[in-house]
Write a protein that binds this ligand. Sequence first.
Ligand code: FAQ
Length: 317
Amino acid sequence: METIVEKSLEDIFEEKIASEIRIEPKDWMPEKYRKTLVRQISQHAHSEIVGMLPEGNWITRAPSLKRKAILLAKVQDEAGHGLYLYSAAETLGTSRDQMFEDLLSGKAKYSSIFNYPTLSWADVGAIGWLVDGAAIMNQVPLCRTSYGPYARAMVRVCKEESFHQRQGFEIMMTLCNGSEEQKEMAQEAFNRWWWPTLMMFGPKDEESPNTEQSMRWKIKRFTNDELRQRFVDMMVPQAEFLGLTVPDKDLKWNEAKGGYDFGAIDWNEFWNVVKGNGPCNKDRLKARNKAQEEGAWVREAAMAYAEKAATREKKSA
Ligand code: FAQ
């Protein structure tokens, strides 16, 4: 005789995860899964928005009209990424206003990397090459993350990030093929951005409280250290091609592991930046709060227009 085993909602969820079926907004999901996603996606969205500031700093000082147009487009792309990601987080039942409030009050986290200053034009190249390079390394696997709206947003984001990385590399190449002074500028920017970029991947695996569960739920597909190692292995030959020196005296090819060994990351610096004490944390929050205040009239006008349009539509119906 056939016995009918009733599956619990949790069993159905686990089965979907095991068989690589995406979880969609109306599906049942464990509260912790929802919370982890809201945390990661909203932090990611905030990073895109705050990430506009360091490069935005150079729009008015780009060295040519062509460079200015490219940089403007890139910074606008980052705003778009933030918007896709806020939309993805909203499908989990959190409001955009709440997420914004958390960012503006300093409660929410965003990537540590955007708390460093952009001191020279070469920093724009270094960000595109290194920071967007790290973002791609982290985000290509997220195109296969288990939550549908996040995975779909990542597909488009990654296409745009690839263009961003190419433009950063191209700036670095131009500087490295230029005068002695330009090459020095590129090396100096590389020296400042290399270590903070390695920190972007998050704490080492044994100190990462979220990785194990996120890997089990297939939110993350690789650990922080796995992605960091892949990034180093990808970037060292690119730096060599540019004729730049990786600022790490302990960097060494390890034949047995088929990858590079690299020096110790300064985790005190990382946690200090995450806690709000990096070189630009206060400036970044100040700039976001100022933009929020100065944009209030635009939001009010848009709302007034939307209400009027809705009334008109009702009347004509
Ligand atoms: N900065 O347990 P884990 C971009 C926090 S977008 C600050 O390992 P998880 C595009 C973490 O939140 C860059 N905080 O956490 C662009 C957690 O705190 P919580 C952003 C960090 O989530 C380019 C605690 O430490 N990308 O660059 C950082 O499993 C150019 C323990 O860490 C994403 O957000 C950090 N670097 O792994 C834009 C990608 N790392 O929340 C403009 C999606 C860790 O428990 C210009 N996110 N923390 O209080 C992820 O893949 C993951 O969230 C990780 C962290 C890998 C970032």
